[in-house]
Design a binder for this molecule. Structure first.
Ligand SMILES: Nc1ncnc2c1ncn2[C@@H]1O[C@H](COP(=O)(O)OP(=O)(O)O)[C@@H](O)[C@H]1O
Ligand SMILES: [Mg+2]
Length: 775
């Protein structure tokens, strides 16, 4: 039976015991009340955690809280709590390095809350994560650890999703979100401490944020900055942060045996599934973590593992399997499944069950899953690559680095000795994999970030204090893009249009489309398209029902192309009676559409706040769709391809040979198309494509389609013809106008003369009249 003293509603029944036995039940947390901001000790902090009720909420701690607390105390970082607090008290920057799973992400922010007392001081603690899924998942865990409801005292903020409230004292957010917040609050004045987690990932946003934090810290001596990572070139970070002190948390790891394949694997997915099932069939108890590259691949692997696993269980009498996927677009409830226990044996004493987690890179360091004993590492991850020469940024499945492979292997040795199966040869590990992945700033399109920095008032981008400076060519491309979009003027200063574009948390091209749509009377439609382009693919195409799925999609197809098709889908979604059923029937991803709807509302609010008129043209007008496509052109005129006579598309100016992606609804090949994405796989594809008119290009973006600076190609010759036609047409118009003006002038002169004559005549007549009357 549970102790009635644990029930706050029965507090009146044991008042006497309380007085004698110290704080119990709803007695306020005295230890908490005694904390002095910026001066707490580990013992004081632990005392408040050991109390019976929360200092933050005033509520009695639950049983669950207490059982988690016992586990938290065992974490390696807890042993370093005093050392950490000492360092934070005497330094503005602290660098902290600790093995994955040592408790950095979940514990350090809580120590900061107890030390800085944000609810008293009125300033929050922020902890940044490079990945959305890590931010949401860890926030949930820490809310549980602190015994509060997610979104109240502990919350998260990721793009298009804010789960915080006025009560929030600790916020987990993506690095991109904090950067965006800095645009409106340059000194991040709402925060007393910022914890930059997973710094070793060196994402573009983390790098820029680090430089920003350095700048802010120089002006705000009250702010504390903690930089955390699993593996880190710690000296480089310490030096960068003005010789910050380093705290190393010794990890708790077990040896991991590494196995390589003797020969390279032709099909890593197939090899991965085979390996995982082999482990299940022949290795002792312990869960499996399999690294793959993205949602589609992961779902496919899960499906195959379940099907073949069932077979294995039946034929070989293996234990039951729990197969769980993990990737960034998975809804939160599904994400939490990775923490479920392996299934029980089917019969008492039967073969033990096993959990297989199939995950993207997020399980490499961001999320720690206990109970993993076996790791299957095919050696690939999706990575951003950018080629400034042809201005193409793409997510590409690429080999991981040796450092990443080591991290992955380490996941197997968290609770006991484990095994890691690398699906590549040892030779390949030693000679093909690079030592460290290059920081993202060296392989990204910087358009969006440069715009944000401009908004922050940082004009001198070349001398920005970055850990690794960005490549001049990449920076130049970003400035050029923003200049063409009209976001920057000739002196590279932010224009009013640029300011409006920067308000939207989407790519500058997409934001330009929304902002310009007002000129074409179609902001409502542009907002819907922008929202639909900001969510994962809405069209489902299950392997066993591809034809049916294609037929369902064809119902929405618009002859102008994919953007208009997305618009059709969104409108149909908004007007159907039972959205879940309707999506199911039409092979559409309900989750994505629902999220598009919420994103649209957020974009709409931003547009309204920026006084962008929310308008639509008459749906029955023949101009309805052309106007929307013109707005699209206003944003995407730099992403246009021309169909050459040989039947192939060539991107304008960059002359890259591309194919329409097979997913496009376009059955014919329009001569000119604007595209949303350049997909770099074995072949070059352009994805999400809509027909545009060459005369619009000349009209809407004459500075970009300045034919003098155009490399020779068929498209150029056509544009030249149109430009010539335009010139002749304009000259003809001018001539006509001049003729008309001349005629008008003559007519007017003639009329003036006549008027004068008439007037003179009248005066003469009047004179004569007066004379006569005198007579
Ligand atoms: N959602 C969760 N459910 C259960 N346990 C969790 C969860 N998240 C974290 N943990 C536990 O907390 C420990 C510390 O995790 P974390 O703070 O993320 O470590 P680090 O950031 O150092 O890698 C993990 O080893 C795990 O035992
Ligand atoms: Mg962590």
């Amino acid at each position: 039976m549970s102790d009635i003293r644990d029930n706050p509603y029965l507090a009146h029944m044991h008042g006497g015991a309380e007085a004698a036995g110290g704080a119990r039940g709803s007695e306020p947390n005295k230890a908490f009340a005694a904390l002095v901001p910026g001066k707490t000790t580990a013992a004081q902090q632990e005392a408040t955690e050991d109390s019976d009720c929360s200092g933050l909420t005033g509520r009695a701690f639950s049983q669950k809280y207490k059982s988690i607390l016992a586990k938290r105390r065992e974490l390696p970082v807890n042993k370093q709590r005093q050392k950490f607090l000492d360092l934070v008290h005497s330094n503005q920057f602290v660098v902290l390095v600790g093995e994955t799973g040592s408790g950095k992400t979940t514990q350090i922010p809580q120590y900061m809350v107890l030390d800085m007392l944000p609810h008293v001081e009125g300033k929050m603690i922020a902890c940044t994560q490079p990945r959305r899924v890590a931010a949401t998942s860890v926030a949930q865990r820490v809310a549980d650890e602190m015994d509060v409801k997610l979104g109240q005292e502990v919350g998260y903020s990721i793009r298009f999703e804010d789960c915080t409230s006025a009560r929030t004292v600790l916020k987990y957010c993506t690095d991109g979100m904090l950067l965006r917040e800095a645009m409106s609050d340059n000194m991040l004045s709402r925060y007393s401490a910022v914890i930059l987690d997973e710094a070793h990932e060196r994402t573009l946003n983390t790098d820029v944020l680090m430089s920003l934090m350095k700048n802010i810290a120089a002006q705000r001596l009250d702010i504390k900055i903690v930089v955390m990572s699993a593996t880190l070139d710690s000296e480089k970070f310490q030096k960068y942060f003005n010789d910050a002190p380093l705290l190393t948390v010794p990890g708790r790891t077990y040896p991991v045996e590494i196995y390589y394949t003797p020969e390279p694997e032709a099909d890593y997915l197939e090899a991965a599934i085979k390996t995982a099932l082999q482990i299940h069939a022949s290795e002792p108890e312990g869960d499996i973590l399999l690294f793959l590259t993205g949602e589609e691949e992961i779902e496919e692997a899960c499906r195959l593992l379940r099907a073949r696993g069932d077979d294995l269980i039946r034929r070989a009498n293996c234990g039951p399997l729990l197969v769980v996927p993990l990737y960034s677009t998975l809804p939160p409830a599904m994400q939490q499944k990775i923490f479920s226990k392996a299934p029980e044996p089917r019969t008492k004493g039967g073969a033990p069950g096993r959990k297989i987690v199939v995950s993207t890179n997020v399980a490499e360091t961001s999320l720690t899953i206990d109970g993993i004993v076996y790791v299957v590492d095919p050696g690939f991850a999706k990575q951003k690559v950018y080629n400034p020469r042809v201005r193409v940024e793409s997510l590409l499945v690429s080999p991981i680095s040796r450092a990443a492979a080591q991290q992955r292997a380490g996941r197997a040795g968290r609770t006991r000795p484990g095994k890691c199966f690398r699906l590549y040869t040892e030779k390949s590990f030693n000679s093909d994999l690079i030592e460290q992945t290059y920081p993202e700033i060296l392989r990204s399109n910087l358009g969006s970030i440069v715009l944000q920095l401009k908004k922050l008032g940082i004009n001198d981008l070349v001398h920005l204090d970055l850990m690794d400076p960005c490549a001049p060519e990449v920076l130049m491309r970003a400035l050029e893009l923003l200049h063409y979009l009209g976001a920057l003027d000739d002196d590279a200063n932010l224009t009013p249009l640029g300011l409006a574009i920067s308000e939207f948390p989407i790519d500058p091209q997409l934001a330009k489309m929304v902002v310009s749509a007002a000129d074409y009377g179609c902001t409502n439609e542009a907002l819907s398209i922008a929202a639909m382009l900001s969510v994962p693919n809405v069209f489902l195409r299950p392997r066993e029902a591809q034809r049916a799925a294609d037929m369902a999609k064809a119902e929405f197809a618009h002859m102008d192309g994919d953007h208009m098709t997305l618009l059709n889908v969104y409108h149909a979604f908004k007007s159907c009676a039972d959205p879940t059923q309707w999506c199911w029937d039409n092979f559409l991803q309900y989750r994505s559409l629902k999220s598009a709807d919420s994103i649209r509302e957020q974009l709409r609010r931003i547009a309204a706040n920026n006084e962008i008129p929310l308008v639509s043209n008459d749906f029955n007008s023949p101009d309805y769709y052309p106007q929307i496509r013109k707005a699209l052109t206003a944003g995407f005129f730099m992403q246009v391809a021309h169909l050459e006579r040989n039947g192939q598309y060539l991107t304008v100016k960059d002359n890259q040979l591309v194919l329409l992606h097979p997913s496009s609804v376009l059955e014919r090949k329009p001569e000119w198309v604007a595209y949303n994405e350049f997909a770099l796989t074995k072949r070059h594809y352009i994805r999400t494509v809509t027909e545009v008119k060459p005369e619009w290009l000349l009209d809407i973006a004459p500075h970009y389609y300045d034919l003098e600076s155009f490399p020779p190609c068929e498209g150029k010759r056509i544009l030249e013809k149109i430009a010539l036609r335009n010139t002749i047409f304009r000259e003809e118009q001018d001539m006509k106008k001049r003729r008309k003006d001349k005629k008008d002038r003559k007519d007017r002169e003639g009329k003036d003369k006549k008027d004068k004559k008439d007037k003179d005549k009248k005066v003469k007549k009047d004179k004569e009249k007066r004379h006569r009357s005198k007579d």
